[in-house]
Design a protein around this ligand. Structure first.
Ligand code: RM4
Ligand code: MN
Ligand code: MN
Length: 431
């Protein structure tokens, strides 16, 4: 087992940053106090924020053209968890991991859970995979899985999802995320309505296997790998299916799964209003399902999503708790660095949204003061809350500057020597 980063090294890093952080924190605290805001309350809020890390994100990703392997990539789910633990150790914002089966299927689930426990990690939603064939699989998913015209293929896909629920139970998870690439590449290839009817029938089989305290998250995506018509392409279809299935079915919003310029925050508001917002896959995108680092392209959009979430939390009360997960592919950066940075960017949007004076905004909206209402949001978005995020981390035992601390630890060099590259490892694809 790879041990994380030496606590003494983190303490030394924080000691070096202490004077600067204290000065920045006091300056920001003074500025916020003049606006009637309490920095301590915001720091406590930041400390309560958590987003799950995708197990598949700690390996170097790739595209359908190529994959350029990274150094010291985790070779199995245990090593993936070791890397996830480092992300949480330094950010204190990622206490859980979302696993993907069969990529992460352990031979012994109890052993995996023990490993996670020892690292201080829990498991968030489990993900099924019927978008690629696995070795020894009887029926191909080439023409679809939950929507396949072949009943045997559909049954196999349903059985896989039920196995994921069983595994998830053993790991302490409480939700299954279902994303399928099913759809058509040509007009005429598939009966559009028939495919959705088959999807619903398959999902009913999966839904029936959910334990009482579980949810199933339906993840929509506009296109890819189906380029003409994707069966679950949009939030409307996702919402209709979640409604048809029942209260345990909810919608999952992956920020990269929409057409460019889609108003994602409005989708969030709609799903929250009708009680179907299950969770998020955070990432960023310029064109499509780019899986870029959260906040790297459009941080204002991320802020606006959290602005809707803050509004929903106020209206719905403590029962409103969508699952926050990252879903990214790191092709040219160190995945640990990208995931740490991304967790902090999502946390940043969460804290910035809390800066919005909702009562004042409601008044501005009621009096149609368009300019000041827009400025109320911009004002919050422009506030640099970095000292709050750093202080929350340091107080929780994390690092003032996670990437700097990680680099000085030499973790990547250490795992590179412990994890020699696997001969014949995949040269393309997302994992
Ligand atoms: C998909 C989708 C799913 C993820 C796979 C790996 O595009 O975002 O959430 O499980 O990629
Ligand atoms: Mn996703
Ligand atoms: Mn995706």
């Amino acid at each position: 087992m790879t041990t994380g980063i030496d606590a003494a090294l983190v303490a030394e890093h924080n000691a070096k940053q202490e004077a600067r952080l204290q000065a920045d924190y006091e300056a920001l605290g003074g500025m916020l106090a003049r606006r009637g805001q309490d920095i301590e309350a915001l720091t406590a809020l930041a400390g309560r924020f958590a987003v799950a890390v995708p197990s598949w994100g700690v390996g170097t990703g790739g595209t359908r053209f190529a994959r350029f392997a990274g150094r010291g990539e985790p070779r199995n789910v245990f090593e993936k968890l070791d890397d996830c633990a480092v992300i949480n150790q330094l950010t204190r914002a990622t206490p859980s991991v979302s696993p993907h089966f069969p990529w992460d299927t352990p031979t012994d689930a109890a052993e995996l859970r023990q490993h996670a426990d020892a690292l201080g990690l829990a498991f968030d939603a489990v993900n099924s995979n019927t978008f690629q064939d696995q070795q020894g699989q009887e029926h191909t998913y080439k023409y679809g899985s939950l929507t396949a015209t072949s009943a045997a293929t559909r049954a196999q896909a349903v059985a896989h999802n039920i196995e994921c629920i069983e595994l998830g139970r053993a790991l302490g998870s409480k939700a299954l995320t279902v994303w399928v690439g099913d759809g058509a590449n040509f007009p005429g290839q598939s009966n559009l309505r028939g495919a959705l009817e088959r999807y619903l029938e398959s999902m009913r089989g999966i839904y029936a296997a959910l334990p009482d305290d579980w949810n199933v998250f339906i993840e929509h995506k506009l296109f890819e790998p189906a380029f003409y018509a994707t069966t679950i392409a949009d939030w409307g279809t996702s919402f209709a299916c979640a409604t048809a299935l029942g209260p345990k079915a909810k919608c999952l919003v992956d920020l990269g799964h929409h057409a460019p310029n889609t108003n994602i925050e409005m989708i969030v508001a709609r799903l929250a209003q009708f009680g179907k917002l299950g969770g998020f896959h955070f990432n960023d995108s310029k064109y499509g399902d780019d899986d870029l680092d959260s906040g790297s392209i459009n941080p204002f959009q991320l802020f606006l999503v959290f602005n809707e979430l803050a509004d929903a939390a106020l209206r719905e009360g403590p029962a409103f708790a969508p699952a926050y997960m990252l879903d990214q592919s790191h092709n040219v950066t160190d995945p640990v660095e990208s995931l740490m940075n991304s967790a902090v960017e999502v946390q940043r949007a969460y804290v910035q949204a809390a800066l919005v004076d909702r009562a004042q905004l409601a008044e501005l909206q009621a009096s149609n003061d368009v300019l000041l209402a827009a400025q109320a949001l911009k004002h919050a978005f422009r506030t640099d809350v970095s000292p709050i995020l750093s202080m929350a981390r340091v107080r929780a035992g994390g690092a003032a500057d996670p990437v700097a601390c990680y680099r000085s630890s030499g973790y990547r060099d250490r795992v590179a020597s412990q994890r020699p590259a696997k001969a014949g490892a995949s040269s393309s694809g997302i994992v």
